[in-house]
Design a protein around this ligand. Structure first.
Ligand SMILES: [Zn+2]
Ligand SMILES: [Zn+2]
Length: 116
């Protein structure tokens, strides 16, 4: 099991998203991988479409500061009814693009498996 880096929910598998983390950009100029679950990936996709600006210091996925940030509402798991609560996350444009890349890759993989 692994924990989603946005909502913290544990899943057997996570969707890998390649983000540009400015704190480690020297070591990883091509980006580093973050694992988020499918729900959060979909939320990021919706956030990318809606583009609601949010005031925050840094992107919650890649940690980049001083860039325009947009609202993504994720559901944080809790141990009592209704077992989740909404939490506002701030995501930057480059992470949105990284999420779209991951979605495209998944669609391509699904199509690939149909041919076999
Ligand atoms: Zn999540
Ligand atoms: Zn980001």
């Amino acid at each position: 099991m692994a924990d989603c880096e946005l909502c913290g929910a544990a899943r057997p598998t996570l969707c890998p998203v390649k983000v540009l983390d400015e704190r480690v950009i020297v070591a990883y100029p091509k980006g580093t991988w973050r694992g988020i679950n499918e729900e959060c990936l979909n939320r990021c996709h919706e956030g990318n479409i809606n583009r609601v600006p949010i005031k925050a210091k840094k992107c919650d996925l890649c940690g980049t500061t001083n860039v325009p940030l947009f609202l993504v509402t994720v559901q944080i798991p809790i141990f009592q009814e209704p077992y989740h609560r909404d939490s506002n996350k701030a995501i930057c444009e480059s992470c949105f693009e990284a999420c779209e890349d991951t979605i495209k890759r998944q669609v391509a993989e699904k199509e690939e498996s149909h041919h076999h």
